[in-house]
Ligand binder design. Sequence first.
Ligand SMILES: Nc1ncnc2c1ncn2[C@@H]1O[C@H](COP(=O)(O)OP(=O)(O)OP(=O)(O)O)[C@@H](O)[C@H]1O
Length: 346
Amino acid sequence: MGFFDFLNEKIAIDLGTSNTLITHRGKIAIDNPSIITIHQITGKILAVGKEAGMMRGKINKNIKTIYPFKDGVISNLDATDKMLKTFIKRLSSFNVSVFTSSYNMIISIPCGSTEVEMRAVQESAKRLNAKKVFLIHEPIAAAIGGGINVLEPKGNMIVDIGGGTTEIAVISLGKIISGQSVKIAGNTFNEDIIQYIREYHNLHIGESMAEKIKIQVGSAVNSLESPPEKMKVEGRDLLTGKPNQIKISYTEIEKSLDKSITHIENALLETLSEIPPEISADIYNTGIYLTGGGSLLRGLDRRLSQATELPVHLGEDPLETVVKGSDIVLKNLDRYVNVLVTKKRY
Ligand SMILES: Nc1ncnc2c1ncn2[C@@H]1O[C@H](COP(=O)(O)OP(=O)(O)OP(=O)(O)O)[C@@H](O)[C@H]1O
């Protein structure tokens, strides 16, 4: 790669509550949990991303695990800076810290982001030496990444279930015309599972175990065509204090998640009830596009389809659609300029 190619570097970043994805030269180069661990006393970074994720729940009191984002937005600016800096360094194929002030960056943000939250993202990006920083709303990026033509005068409905938020958006002519950001998503599902197992099995389990359960035996419906086998779950018995093991089935997990999924269903129905009739007609024909890691929960598409009486399409690689869409926009700025979030000057 020549020097001048370097001047055209483009980076798309999906700063997620659970995962941070970064594309570089059109490929996903970073796909890591959004976690860092630091030493409590010295403040030194001990691990970032995957390595920090592996330490989750198994740390001593001198080590602190930090999640830089909460509910889709930056909750710890310093940790965000440190994490992003490490990821950007890892992107470099050179042996030196190459990224000078000559690359363009696009970052996806939840549609409910406030001016202050957007400024925090901008400032963090500026400290990474980006030449230009563009912002895009996550559902628009997800739609583009999922292959939907968002620029046509036709309504499309996207539901992006992430770790911290579920973003519901109706898009037409490149803009969100209706929608909402609900703070119920994958992390809430994990909390529901922890709570259920504590209540019904007197077992205290950690966050990573809850995540494993959700993936292995999680379900949004109580009857599955090919049900997963019961799963062995280990934790601390609340009555004896000793380590213990139980077996858990997908129907129990369905029960534990029911309340949260009902919330998502209601938010969807509310958004549908607020859109103009012409757009309603479009959505009646096209249905709903479901994406984000949370959409991988077994039977969720079926359940949302039953609740809305609309077809629900599950996209491919739902964990990657937002960053892929952002990358497409950055590469085709002339075509997509109208979909970008218009920033105030700070
Ligand atoms: N197979 C699976 N079944 C159920 N949930 C899953 C599965 N795989 C991943 N998830 C969940 O997807 C969520 C992460 O999704 P994603 O990476 O789209 O969110 P994010 O972008 O980090 O979050 P946000 O958009 O809220 O900031 C996590 O809660 C994770 O547990």
